[in-house]
Design a protein around this ligand. Structure first.
Ligand SMILES: CCCC(=O)SCCNC(=O)CCNC(=O)[C@H](O)C(C)(C)COP(=O)(O)OP(=O)(O)OC[C@H]1O[C@@H](n2cnc3c(N)ncnc32)[C@H](O)[C@@H]1OP(=O)(O)O
Length: 363
């Protein structure tokens, strides 16, 4: 009932691309000016391509206290195109303003939570292997590019992709509000990495998280490796990264029912037939909304981030300064990724994946 009450008073707040803070630091150099083709829909979301419905939307609920980022690439299981990566960045910069009180555009004293989810009953199938964005420069290449594969254009700019996605996902995790991945269906490759960049993970029964990078001749490149180790420990991370061990919503539900913890991944598992977003509202958002003030949520989140080094946070009590450590701790992950991304095996495996993904999920 409480859920229904809150769900019915969801008021979507428009958040147009033009109102976003343009991201600073490292720009994603391979991107064309994709945001210029953006448009807003009437329910307060923004998409890059209204005809295909492909893009990343940002909506605000509950008097601007809860933000929902939704990945939308319906024909490709929400695979991330480079344009979507840029939109995700713009939304995260916007959420930094919203949650750190430095914008007059938001009722930001009320910021409590951010939900990351996917549209159409699935989360994200990783990098869009069919994306045809043109790279801006060859000198930004990471790894070898000695292949004539048609997928090579995606891979040459791995270095830019890594810096961009590592920064954006670290910033998302470091936001001074509670963040939750609400996962229905597949979270594969880079999509699995995205599940590590929120504080909590909520799974539907059909959720499947798999780090397929090794099968693609690659290594995580969206900042997910270090965060995965922090989340599940070294041994389990190695099993997930190298031996194909996946996280399944059904298995997690069994663990939850027996009071055991057969996986270290899910914080909440949806009831039978319930979507991850509904489970998130029921088990996470509603208790947060019951708290008397949002300031304590942000204060505690900042303290937790500081304490475990997820991002260096300084002078944030008044929301004025937020410094994020996005590079140094990721050097090992970066070097690993650049040593394989765009190499011969990676190009071959990505090409094979493109040829066979239909009908053989995760193989
Ligand atoms: C550093 C980042 C590294 C990366 O992320 S590399 C990419 C890693 N991701 C993958 O390899 C995932 C590949 N996809 C799959 O395994 C499966 O499609 C998946 C997600 C399990 C879903 O399986 P199914 O439900 O059986 O659906 P399906 O295979 O028939 O796919 C439906 C349509 O979506 C497309 N699709 C799925 N994943 C994609 C991707 N990553 N990039 C581009 N297109 C993708 C797929 O080609 C198919 O399209 P179509 O219907 O044949 O036109």
């Amino acid at each position: 009932m409480y859920l229904a009450h809150h769900t019915h008073r969801l008021v979507m707040r428009r958040c147009s691309i033009s109102s976003m803070l343009v991201p600073s630091s490292i720009r994603f150099a391979l991107l064309p000016s994709s945001s210029s083709s953006s448009s807003s829909t009437s329910n307060g979301s923004s998409t890059s391509d209204p005809s295909s419905g492909c893009g990343v939307t940002l909506q605000f609920l509950h008097d601007d206290s809860v933000a929902v980022i939704t990945l939308q690439n319906p024909k490709r299981r929400n695979a991330l195109t480079v344009s979507m990566m840029e939109q995700l960045d713009m939304h995260v910069q916007s959420l930094l303003r919203w949650s750190t009180n430095d914008s007059s555009n938001y009722n930001n004293n009320n910021a409590r939570a951010v939900i990351l989810t996917g549209g159409g009953g699935t989360f994200c199938s990783g990098l869009d292997l069919h994306d045809n964005e043109t790279p801006s420069t060859a000198e930004t290449a990471g790894g070898s590019t000695n292949s004539s594969s048609s997928s090579s254009h995606l891979l040459r700019d791995g270095k830019n992709m890594l810096y961009h996605m590592t920064r954006v996902t670290n910033q998302l995790l470091s936001l001074p509000v509670l963040s939750i991945s609400a996962i229905d269906g597949y979270a594969m490759g880079g999509g699995a990495e995205l599940t590590t960049c929120t504080d909590l993970v909520v799974l539907s029964r059909d959720a499947k998280i798999q780090f397929v990078h090794a099968k693609r001749g690659a290594s995580p490149g969206w900042g997910g490796l270090r965060r995965l180790i922090k989340k599940v420990g070294r041994e389990r991370a190695l099993r997930m990264l190298l031996l194909g061990e996946c996280i399944l919503g059904e298995e997690e539900a069994l663990g939850a029912r027996s009071g055991g913890k057969i996986s270290y991944y899910a914080d909440v598992v949806a009831n039978e037939g319930e979507t991850a977003l509904h489970a998130t509202m029921r088990a996470v958002i509603n208790p947060l909304l019951d708290l008397p003030c949002s300031q304590s949520i942000r204060a505690i989140k900042r303290a937790v981030s500081s304490a475990d080094g997820d991002g260096e946070v300084i002078d944030c009590i008044d929301g004025s300064t937020l410094k994020l450590d996005t590079n140094l701790a990721m050097m090992g992950e970066r070097d690993a990724f650049l040593s394989v991304w765009g190499g011969k095996a990676n190009l071959e495996q990505i090409q094979k994946a493109r040829d066979r993904i239909k009908g053989t999920p995760g193989k």
